[in-house]
Design a protein around this ligand. Structure first.
Ligand code: ADP
Length: 611
């Protein structure tokens, strides 16, 4: 039972709302039964059935349910006939109209209240799902995202979440609202005429079977539709990210073609899906009318044959009630479809939620060392995919306060070396230790609090300068942020903007130059003031002025810190305490600048190429 699974998982926090929703649905159904009942006396008056005033039947405890119902019917007739005689038929019709209006008012009020309590469940479930997805996504290791595409994750957080929401609402209706209505209506029908009602029930299993068949392939198609939507989002995301390149290479038409193809396929999938989905209503409506036609024929002949258990006006009331069952029954079939669609989406969401993080937190993390000795890469090997070794038997010591520079051609494993230190990835063999403690025995939070990162691509958020700089630090004051910005040579240009530190930097810092973005991210690291620095120097050519500013800021940042840097700038290389030349995942040469130059190997070539 898919819908039970859904409800058990999502509804517990909203028990109160569910209870109130059920209560008001119940009320609404009862009021609508009453309002329909007004039909009987109206018909009786119009057809002149009520001219004779009968005798009231006394009610007593010994009566069976059937007796009570027939006594009630008889007394109502007596009462109506009496009233028509004393008030006149016109006034009686007026009062019945009034009764209808009042009952309908209560009925609509109750059904509004039912929705009123349903809405916070909807929005709540949506919020809960989004929130748990966001928490999960933010906690997953970096490696996860080189395999999952961003557009796909966005699709799961929006489209799929919406499908699940819809199907939970359907499940709630299916569990509480529709059964209540159907049950109350059915009981009423039984009390009115059990023969007719039994006859109706015989027709139900057939309808159920037909509806089930239509819903069958819905889940599979729905999965496909959501996957295609995700692909679309990925393409949009890629396009927005690479717009510069797209235009520079005049590749618009290529991308448009690619997008249009997928867009058409997606439309095709959703055409088929929605067409099938749209069959729910017509099919159940048709079935309902089919049953009504049979009822009219069967019930009508019963009435005409004089052996009828009910009179004509009651039969009409009976038909009205039966017609009211069709709507909740229709919703039932639609719910079955929508739950199928929702389950497909939930599976996609769960794939993210159930992902086990490959970076395992230690159960009993060791306390953070004061950091007094240094960092050691102890015989470290690493690969992303089995069989493709990226780092091999790296042995490297970075004593406290020293700067170690990594150089080497692209793809030689320098960035990977940096990523292992904050445990963005875990080593495959060997260990990395800080003051002799394996970093896998520290909590990632503690470990990362030791480190500051400045990357090639300065990552800024669409927020103010102030918030971008104070990003990793709690309770930073304006003075702290300003001091950091001054050291990073960023204060001046920040003050030149209209709102100073409260100016927003635009989407990913798009309003800033490359050098300015760099200096903001350096200010961020200065403010955090970590003992260990991880630098991936920008290769992108900055203009000389900007380059000088960035260089100067970096040097101030590196003072008195232990630094592991992927170096592209000659100045950094010359200043480093140790230079490691990497080649195909190994450190092939190491030493100070002059020593390496004297060696006449990889480094000398590299150096000659640069200068
Ligand atoms: P460098 O920084 O020296 O240019 P990297 O450390 O980025 O080198 O890459 C080293 C090797 O690892 C390259 O061959 C690269 O293709 C591969 N690589 C990098 N990141 C990934 C990843 N997320 N998945 C698979 N392979 C990767």
């Amino acid at each position: 039972m898919d819908f039970l699974k859904l409800l058990r998982r999502f509804i517990p926090p909203y028990k109160k709302e569910v209870a109130l929703n059920v209560l008001f649905n119940l009320l609404s159904t009862l009021f609508s039964l009453f309002s329909f009942a007004a039909i009987i006396p109206v018909l009786q008056i119009l057809f002149g059935i009520t001219t004779e005033v009968g005798v009231t039947v006394e009610w007593n405890w010994g009566m069976s349910i059937g007796d009570i119902v027939s006594a009630w019917k008889n007394n109502l007739l007596v009462y109506i006939a009496g009233s028509v005689q004393s008030l006149g038929a016109g006034w009686m019709l007026f009062y019945i109209g009034l009764f209808l209006v009042v009952m309908t008012f209560f009925k609509t009020w109750a059904s509004y209240m039912a929705s009123f309590y349903m809405i916070p469940i909807r929005t709540g479930v949506l919020r809960d799902l989004r929130s748990s997805l966001y928490r999960k996504v933010i906690s997953l290791p970096i490696g996860f995202f080189s395999e999952e595409r961003k557009g796909d994750i966005i699709a799961r957080m929006t489209g799929d979440v919406g499908e699940v929401e819809a199907s939970i609402m359907s499940s709630l209706d299916m569990m509480f609202k529709n059964p209540i209505m159907i049950l109350i209506y059915l009981v009423t029908m039984f009390l009115m005429s059990w023969q007719l009602t039994l006859f109706v029930l015989l027709l139900l299993p057939f309808s159920g079977w037909l509806i089930g068949r239509i819903g069958k392939s819905l889940k599979k198609r729905s999965t496909k539709g959501q996957e295609q939507t995700a692909d679309l989002l990925t393409q949009i995301e890629e396009t927005l990210g690479g717009l510069r390149v797209v235009k520079a290479f005049n590749a618009q038409h290529k991308l448009i073609e690619r997008f249009d193809n997928l867009n058409d396929e997606t439309r095709h999938t959703f055409n088929r899906l929605n067409r099938r989905y749209a069959m729910a209503h017509p099919v159940s409506e048709f079935l309902g009318t089919f049953v009504i036609a049979i009822l009219l024929w069967y019930g009508g002949s019963l009435i005409l044959s004089d052996s009828s258990p009910i009179a004509a006006p009651e039969f009409i009331y009976y038909l009205v009630i039966f017609y009211s069952i069709i709507n909740p029954a229709k919703d039932f079939s639609k719910a079955a479809y929508s739950i199928r669609k929702g389950m497909a989406s939930l599976e996609r969401i769960d794939k993210i939620l159930q992902t086990e993080s490959t970076i395992v937190e230690p159960e009993n993390p060791l306390p953070l060392p004061v950091f007094s000795k240094g960092i050691v890469y102890d015989n470290v090997s690493f690969h992303y995919q089995k069989g493709r070794q990226v780092l091999q038997n790296i042995q490297l010591e970075i004593p406290k306060g020293k700067t170690v520079a990594l150089v080497g051609q692209s793809g030689s494993g320098k960035t990977t070396m940096l990523d292992l230190l904050p445990r963005f990835y875990d080593v495959c063999e060997g260990a990395i230790t800080i003051d002799g403690v394996d970093i896998r025995n520290l909590s990632t939070y503690d470990l990362r609090s030791l480190m500051g990162n400045v990357n090639q691509e300065a990552v800024l958020f669409n927020d103010t300068f102030f918030n971008n700089i104070s990003f990793g630090v709690e309770n930073a004051t304006q003075a702290d942020v300003e001091r950091a910005a001054r050291i990073a040579n960023a204060h001046e240009f920040i003050m030149d903007t209209p709102d100073g530190y409260q100016t927003t930097v635009g989407d990913r810092g798009s309003k800033l130059s490359g050098g300015q973005r760099q200096r903001i991210s350096i200010a961020r690291a200065i403010l955090k003031n970590p003992p260990i620095l991880i630098l991936d120097e920008a290769t992108s050519a900055l203009d000389t002025e900007s380059e000088k500013m960035v260089q100067d800021a970096l040097e101030k940042l590196m003072q008195n810190r232990t630094t592991l840097v992927v170096a592209h700038r000659l100045s950094t290389i010359k200043r480093a305490d140790l230079i490691c030349v990497m080649h195909e995942g190994r450190i092939v040469e190491r030493g100070k600048h002059e020593e390496l130059l004297a060696l006449g190997g990889f480094y000398t070539k590299y150096w000659e190429m640069q200068s």
